[in-house]
Structures are given as C-alpha cells and as structure tokens.
Design a protein around this ligand. Structure first.
Ligand code: FES
Length: 104
C-alpha cells in the first residue's frame, strides 16, 4: 500500500517541521541533510503532540524531548530507550509517499 503524505515543496527548510494529516492522525515531516523524514506526531510518554523547537521535538504536555536526527528520547518523562515512530517513505516524483509492503 502507499499513501501520499505531501508535496516536496510543502516540506520546510532544515531545522523546521510541518504537520500533515495521516489517516485521521498526524505526522511530522522534516528535512535532515538530503533526506526527508516522517514520524508520528505522538509523544512516547502519554501521546501528546510534538512541537519543533531548537532542533528537537518537544511535547508541551510534560516536556519530553526527542532528537530530530534519530527520534531518540533526550529528556523528560518517556522511557529512556524510546524513539519516535518513523514512517517508511520514499520520494516519487514531487511527492513524499508512505509505503508499506507486507513481508513475503
Ligand atoms: S505526553 Fe508528552 S511528555 Fe507527557
């Protein structure tokens, strides 16, 4: 299955992120070097939303922070080994596409 998340022109400059709808939920999309990443807009503490601040995703509910490079939990109330839920994506033409292939 695949699903278009956004047009590449909608992805902000590195250091910023933008939220897009995703099957009734939300994903954060951002540039990291020459890659475009997408992760669920969900804090791994109690599911709060994430805000992009100073090179990290910060949850306004209780202050957990996650690294934009690899989604790793940096500080605040979430499991120490937690990582943001990255989506498998690829670029097709001018679009960022979510792709899911069942293992064969
Ligand atoms: S829900 Fe995000 S820090 Fe608590």
């Amino acid at each position: 299955m695949k699903h278009v998340i956004c047009n590449l022109a909608e992805v902000p400059a590195e250091g910023e992120a933008r939220v897009f709808p995703f099957f009734g939920r939300e994903v954060q999309v951002w540039r990291r070097g020459d890659r475009i990443r997408a992760a669920a807009n969900t804090c791994l503490h109690l599911g709060g939303p994430l805000e992009c601040k100073d090179g990290a995703f910060v949850c306004p509910w209780h202050g957990a922070r996650f690294d934009m490079a690899d989604g790793r939990h940096m500080d605040g109330p979430a499991p120490a080994n937690a990582r943001l839920m990255f989506l498998p994506t690829r670029i097709e033409g001018e679009e960022l596409v979510y792709v899911w292939e069942e293992p064969s």
